[in-house]
Ligand binder design. Structure first.
Ligand SMILES: NC(=O)c1ccc[n+]([C@@H]2O[C@H](COP(=O)([O-])OP(=O)(O)OC[C@H]3O[C@@H](n4cnc5c(N)ncnc54)[C@H](OP(=O)(O)O)[C@@H]3O)[C@@H](O)[C@H]2O)c1
Length: 361
C-alpha cells in the first residue's frame, strides 16, 4: 500500500529560478559574512575550500571534538579561531559562544544535526545544515519552528539546486519544452566499503543509502513535478538495520510517476531522466553535480548544453546563503523550508514502509 504524504504547507510547484544572467558566485554581493564551521570532516573540508573563494566570506571559527583537529583545520584553511572540546563543553558549544560568528555550517553526521543546529539557533546563530536536515520530520519541524521564533536563517544544504546546470534544467522544464512531465527516473548508488565504524553503515549515525543520498533523486522529483501524493518504498536492510538499497515509487495526482533508487553497494548510472509528452531531458553523472544536459525532442533531435563549475560547485549555494543573510532573509527562496519538510515527510514515509528505524524516531 502506498503511503499518503500528509499535507503540511503548500509546496512550490518547482524550484524558484535564480537570475540566470548572474551566475558568477565569486564576487561579493554585500558586506562580509563571518562563518563558523562545525566539524573537520570530509565534506567540511571541501565546502570550506569553496567558501574561501567567495570575496565576502570570512573564515572566522572552526570547531571539532578535539582542539588538535580544530587547530590543524584552522591553520590549513585560514580560520581565525579554533575550538575543541574543553572541560566538558563540546567544541561546537564553545564556537557558538563566539560573538564574531554570524552563521554556522553544520557538517557532522546526520544524527547529530538536530542537537547541533538547535544549539546554534538557541545561541542566536544563522544555520546552514548538511543534508538530511535531521533524522525525521518531527525534528525538522522543531528546527523550523525555532528558526521562525528567533527570526534566524535556516537552510538544508541541498547544494544541487543552486548549480547552473540544475537551474537550467528547472528552466527548461518550466518552459514547457518537454511538454507535460509524466515520468522521472533518478538514481544514486556507489559501492561503499562495508565498515561498521563508518557513519554510512551505523544506525546510531542515521546510516543507510536513503538518508545519505536519497535527497538527490528526491530533489530532481521536486524540481520536475513538485510534491507527490503518495510514496511506495522497498529496501534491503543490513544486519545492522540500515538500508543498503532502497527503491522508491512516487505517484502524482496528474498520474505522473517517479522511480528513484539509492544504493551503498552498486555502481549505478547516477543520472536523472525527466520524460514529458514532447521530449526528455537527461543530466550526465553524477546527478548531484551535473555539467551536461541532453535534451531530446519527440522527433529524436538532440541538443547538449554544457556547464562549467566555480570551485567544486558548492560556491553557488554558499553565494545564495550569503546573499540571503545580507538581505535579511530568514529562508532561501531556492531551497524553501517547505521543500525540506516535504522531503523529510517522504523519507519518514519511505522508512516506515521499508522498516528503517533510528534511535531518534
Ligand atoms: N553536500 C554534500 O555533497 C555532502 C557530501 C558528503 C556528506 N554530506 C553530509 O555531511 C555530513 C558529514 O558527512 P562527512 O562525509 O563529512 O562525514 P565525516 O567525514 O565522517 O565527518 C563528520 C565529522 O563530524 C564530526 N563528528 C563525528 N561524529 C560526531 C558526533 N557524534 N557529533 C558531532 N560531531 C561528530 C567529526 O569531526 P571532528 O572530529 O572534527 O569533531 C567528523 O570528522 C553528513 O550529514 C552527510 O550527509 C554532504
Amino acid at each position: 500500500m502506498p503511503a499518503l504524504i500528509p499535507a503540511t504547507e503548500p509546496l512550490l510547484a518547482r524550484t524558484p529560478l535564480l537570475d540566470s544572467k548572474n551566475q558568477d558566485p565569486v564576487p561579493a554581493s554585500g558586506s562580509p559574512v563571518r562563518w563558523g564551521v562545525i566539524s573537520t570532516g570530509r565534506i567540511a573540508s571541501t565546502v570550506v575550500s569553496d567558501l574561501a573563494l567567495l570575496h565576502d566570506a570570512v573564515l572566522q571559527s572552526v570547531s571539532s571534538r578535539t582542539q588538535e583537529n580544530a587547530e590543524a583545520f584552522a591553520s590549513e584553511h585560514g580560520f581565525q579561531s579554533a575550538y575543541g572540546d574543553d572541560g566538558g563543553l563540546p567544541g561546537y558549544q564553545r564556537l557558538l559562544q563566539d560573538p564574531a560568528v554570524d552563521v554556522v555550517y553544520v557538517a557532522t553526521p546526520h544524527a547529530s544535526h538536530y542537537a547541533v543546529a538547535k544549539a546554534a539557533l538557541e545561541a542566536g546563530k544563522h544555520v546552514l545544515c548538511e543534508k538530511p536536515l535531521t533524522i525525521n520530520a518531527r525534528e525538522a519541524e522543531d528546527l523550523v519552528r525555532l528558526a521562525k521564533d528567533k527570526s534566524l536563517f535556516l537552510m538544508e544544504a541541498v547544494w544541487t539546486r543552486f548549480l547552473p546546470s540544475v537551474q537550467r534544467a528547472a528552466e527548461i522544464i518550466a518552459s514547457g519544452e518537454l511538454g507535460e512531465v509524466r515520468w522521472l527516473q533518478a538514481d544514486l548508488g556507489f559501492p561503499a566499503p562495508h565498515n561498521p565504524e563508518s557513519r554510512l553503515w551505523r544506525r546510531e549515525d542515521g546510516g543507510g543509502a536513503l538518508m545519505d543520498v536519497g535527497v538527490y533523486p528526491l530533489t530532481w522529483a521536486l524540481i520536475s513535478l513538485g510534491r507527490p501524493q503518495s510514496i511506495m518504498a522497498t529496501a534491503h536492510l543490513t544486519d545492522g538495520g540500515v538500508d543498503s538499497e532502497t527503491a522508491l515509487t512516487l505517484s502524482y495526482s496528474s498520474g505522473a510517476q517517479v522511480q528513484a533508487m539509492t544504493s551503498l553497494t552498486a555502481s549505478t548510472p547516477q543520472t536523472a531522466t525527466v520524460c514529458g509528452t514532447k521530449g526528455m531531458l537527461r543530466c550526465n553523472a553524477p546527478l548531484f553535480n551535473p555539467t551536461e544536459l541532453t535534451i531530446t525532442s519527440g522527433s529524436g533531435e538532440q541538443r547538449v548544453e554544457k556547464f562549467t563549475l566555480a570551485g567544486h560547485g558548492y560556491t553557488y549555494q554558499l553565494r545564495e546563503v550569503i546573499r540571503c543573510l545580507q538581505q535579511g532573509l530568514h529562508e532561501c527562496p531556492t531551497m524553501p523550508l517547505a521543500d525540506t519538510l516535504a522531503t523529510m515527510a517522504l523519507l519518514d514515509a519511505a522508512r516506515a514502509q521499508a522498516g528503517i528505524k533510528y534511535p531518534a524516531d
